[in-house]
Ligand binder design. Structure first.
Ligand code: PEP
Ligand code: CO
Length: 467
């Protein structure tokens, strides 16, 4: 267990004085998990105020639009796909990785739209997903004891003691990397949209040995035809005026980063975290009287809450009451991550307890974080079949409870990595070393992601036809 820090009070200033009322820095009076102490308080203060002075990355009306769409998903009228890296690194802020990521998310969403016939809400784990919770504060590397790597927002992955010291300047660098990523993603989804959908961009050969190949090929052909048709009837319109909605999200973990970008806007009530459209509460920062819940209760953004072990439906209701006391629709996404073996025994308890509480929520399934294991030669990996199994079980439980699974949450990349085993291409444990890139959790690659979205759509249709 990583320790819980006492309130740091590191940058408390007059506006944040504790009087029981919420403020972007009121969390600073509470115990906090998963945030290491910055040794240089003065530098932290400087970085914080620099970040606070910079323009926002997104707007309040985008946040409100996303909330409205999520309200639709909570009623079974839309479906959420949230996906991206486990941890973005500063180095991964480059053209190829961003194009590949947007491409795979768009193609997955087209598969879902085609198969489900309802609006798909795309949310990337991107442009801010730079901080990671860790189970140990310290680790030993090459015989030397040093702080654990906590993501580029906090320290460097380089294995030396100095590089592992939390560096406040990274708060500003993360903002800059997020801004650059977002700028490019926005440009691509405005202007580069048609090109990303160019038929040549769909790579399908890997599915050839799969039982669903024909069905899959037919579906992709229909999607290509539809795009061509749209292109023909509104020439140039697709790439000039047809903007694709793509939202950003990250775990609200480093509360200095979050609160410096939490602002009010003219003519609107409330505080908006303008660093990303949606943020989520991770599985390890759910202390009811801790800093993270204190921070999250004050913002207008949609908030994801991971739901997993240690299992306690009552504790979840306490969190919901604290974060969404007014039962606002579209505000909460419950992201269950139970592990494929636990879904059948645990999930229905949550569904029933939440239903009894009257909280409106979007149910989403994270089939990744409960299904990680290490191979004999120490690769952290996940089995495609376990991931699929968790999705199937989750659909099945919602189906039998008369509830609606409104989304999936996946760690994925558009790159051709070898991090998860299985899928149509049959990657096995021996193949993991070929292109294993992640510093954190293993991600589905391009092919595995497309295949997964196809199988998710199949499950969704099964659920729909049986309700
Ligand atoms: C994550 O989503 O990367 C993560 C760390 O998940 P969890 O908090 O559910 O373990
Ligand atoms: Co992860």
């Amino acid at each position: 267990m990583s320790s819980i820090l006492k309130p740091t009070n590191q940058i408390v200033q007059p506006e944040a004085k504790s009087d029981g009322r919420w403020h972007p820095l009121s969390w600073n009076q509470f115990d906090i998990a998963q945030l290491p102490e910055y040794p240089d308080t003065e530098e932290l203060r400087r970085a914080y105020y620099e970040l606070k002075s910079l323009p926002p990355l997104i707007t309040s009306w985008e946040i409100e639009a996303l909330k409205e769409k999520l309200a639709q998903a909570s009623m079974g009228k839309a479906f959420l796909i949230q996906g991206g890296d486990c941890a973005e690194t500063f180095d991964s802020c480059n053209s190829v990785k961003l194009v590949n990521m947007l491409k795979v998310m768009l193609q997955m969403s087209f598969i879902l739209i085609h198969e489900m016939g309802i609006p798909i809400i795309r949310v990337g784990r991107v442009a801010g997903q730079y901080a990671k919770p860790r189970s140990q504060n310290y680790e030993e590397v090459n015989g030397e004891q040093m702080m654990s790597y906590r993501g580029d927002l906090i320290n460097s992955y380089l294995p030396n003691r100095d590089a592992r010291v939390p560096d406040p300047q990274r708060l500003v660098t993360a903002y800059q990397k997020a801004a650059l990523s977002l700028n490019f993603l926005r440009a691509l989804s405005d202007e580069g949209f048609a090109d990303l959908q160019h038929p040549g961009q769909w790579e399908l050969d890997f599915m050839q040995n799969n039982e669903f190949y024909e069905e899959y090929e037919q579906m992709v052909n229909t999607i290509k035809k539809a795009i061509k048709f749209m292109d023909a009837i509104i020439p140039n319109k697709l790439n000039t005026t047809h903007k694709v909605d793509f939202y950003t999200s990250h775990e609200a973990l480093n509360l200095f980063y979050e609160s410096a970008q939490t602002r009010t806007v003219p003519r609107k009530e409330g505080w908006f975290n303008l660093s990303g459209h949606m943020v989520w509460l991770g599985n390890r920062t759910q202390q009811l009287d801790g800093a993270h819940i204190e921070y999250l209760r004050g913002i207008e953004n949609p908030i994801g809450i991971k739901v997993g072990p240690p299992f306690s439906p009552d504790a979840l209701i306490d969190i919901l009451d604290r974060i969404n006391p007014s039962h606002e629709a579209g505000k909460i996404v419950l992201i269950t991550r139970m592990g494929h073996a636990n879904v059948a025994t645990e999930l229905s308890k949550y569904i029933n307890r939440v239903r009894r509480s009257g909280h409106p929520v979007v149910w989403s399934c994270d089939p990744m974080h409960g299904n990680t294991y290490a191979t004999g030669n120490n690769f952290k990996t996940r089995r495609f079949d376990d991931i699929l199994q968790e999705i199937r079980e989750t659909f099945a439980v919602h189906r039998s409870e008369g509830s609606y699974l409104g989304g999936v949450h996946l760690e994925l990349t558009g790159d051709n990595v070898t991090e998860c085993v299985g899928g149509a291409n049959g990657l096995n444990e021996e193949g993991l070393g070929i292109n294993y890139e992640t510093y954190c959790d293993p991600r589905l690659n391009y092919e595995q992601s497309l295949e997964m979205s196809f199988l998710v759509a199949k499950e969704w249709n099964r659920a729909k036809n049986q309700i």
